[in-house]
Design a protein around this ligand. Structure first.
Ligand SMILES: Cc1ncc(COP(=O)(O)O)c(C=O)c1O
Length: 354
């Protein structure tokens, strides 16, 4: 056995996904906690280039899983950690972060622009300014976020011999854009499908109206790490549809995962049925434990108007991204830059970190 395996800490041991066959032509990449990959890589690179000193403060804005991953990495490497989040963070996760030694600051109000994300960024910038020498991983803009996904492409290539399509949810853009950029070095015909949700600005909707119930994917600000030219197709999936698909993954495959996995699976399963002669891979970013009192609780689903009995058969095709509320829609993005599809950025599509 190799020394690396013997010496693997929990972050190294949990960073890579399990490969699970969901159909003869669809493979799931099931991560315990996908964000361990970028958290580990970003911190390693920052220590290498000197932007983080051993023992230095790390500060970041996060709605959950990136924070948890950072807390694990920071704890193991002896860095204090300051996290800014919003009320969507659940109490057990907050307690877990604090148990790992992180300071967790919750903003109570949305910012002047960009919803909660805008408010979180305002607090973060203040903490960084007040603490000279502190380091912010900036998962939305740091190229080491997408850069961290080479091992996933390698694992998938080894497990399958080649894939035709990668399907995954888009939040910072790191996982889908990173994994697909490495996969395309091996399989240049690879198609990429991004999964977003309504009232997320990433692929041209506005974030006007009530907030998003489906969290983890989508964004109120445009992350620089989204390379729009990576995407052949974009799907917008509603919360209720994503939640039921999450439950179907559990009922049909005993896979206990979070709702962004459900959203991606809904699209991937549809794609696999449409393309029986091709092989797809779908990214399943986290486990279901955080969502036991929400997505896995029928009473919560009902109380939030998000309980469905049957999944839609397939998506509606849109001829242009817009704010329509079809529960499940798709658009042929065609590997174009945002501006080519939508024109210049609107005020609401302000860049994170711009
Ligand atoms: C649970 C979950 N799923 C999916 C995503 C989207 O992944 P990415 O940020 O790599 O686009 C995130 C991002 O934070 C997440 O927390």
């Amino acid at each position: 056995m190799s020394g690396t395996l013997i010496n693997a800490n929990v972050v190294d041991a949990l960073a890579l996904p399990r490969v699970v066959w969901l159909r003869p032509n669809l493979v799931g990449l099931s991560f315990p906690l996908m964000k361990l990959l970028p958290a580990r890589y970003i911190v390693r690179k920052a220590l290498e280039d000197g932007s983080l000193q051993p023992g230095g403060l790390i500060a970041e804005t996060t709605s959950g899983t990136f924070g948890l991953a950072l807390a694990m990495v920071a704890r193991l490497q002896g860095h204090p950690l300051f996290l800014v989040s919003d009320p969507a963070i659940d109490a057990p996760l907050k307690r877990r972060l604090e148990d790992l030694g992180a300071t967790v600051h919750i903003v109570e109000k949305t910012g002047a622009s960009g919803g909660y994300q805008g408010a979180r960024l305002e607090v973060l910038e203040r903490v960084l300014a007040d603490n000279p020498g502190s380091f912010c991983p900036r998962q939305y803009t740091n190229p080491h976020n997408p850069g961290s996904y080479a091992p996933v492409a390698e694992l998938l290539a080894h497990a399958t011999g080649g894939v035709d399509c990668l399907i995954g949810s888009v939040g910072s853009g790191g996982s889908v854009c990173g994994t697909s950029s490495y996969l395309r070095l091996l399989f240049d015909e690879l198609r990429v499908i991004g999964v977003d949700t309504h009232r997320s600005v990433i692929f041209g909707q506005s974030d006007a109206g009530s907030g998003r119930l489906l969290r983890g994917l989508g964004n109120s600000l445009m992350p620089r790490n989204v390379d729009h030219t990576a995407f052949d197709l974009v799907h917008w999936v509603g919360a209720a549809q994503a939640f039921l698909a999450t439950r179907e993954l559990h009922r049909n495959h005993a896979l206990f995962v979070g709702p962004t996995s459900g959203a991606a699976y809904l699209v991937a399963d549809w794609w696999a049925r449409q393309n029986p002669d091709q092989l797809g891979a779908v990214i399943l970013p986290d486990e279901g434990y955080r969502y036991q009192d929400t997505v896995y609780d029928d009473a919560w689903l009902k109380a939030n108007g998000a309980r469905l009995d049957v999944l839609p058969h397939g998506p509606v095709e849109w001829d242009q991204p817009h704010d329509g509320d079809d529960p499940w829609a798709f658009y042929r993005w065609g590997r174009r830059a945002y501006g080519e599809v939508m024109g210049a950025y609107e005020a609401h599509a302000e860049l994170v970190g711009a």
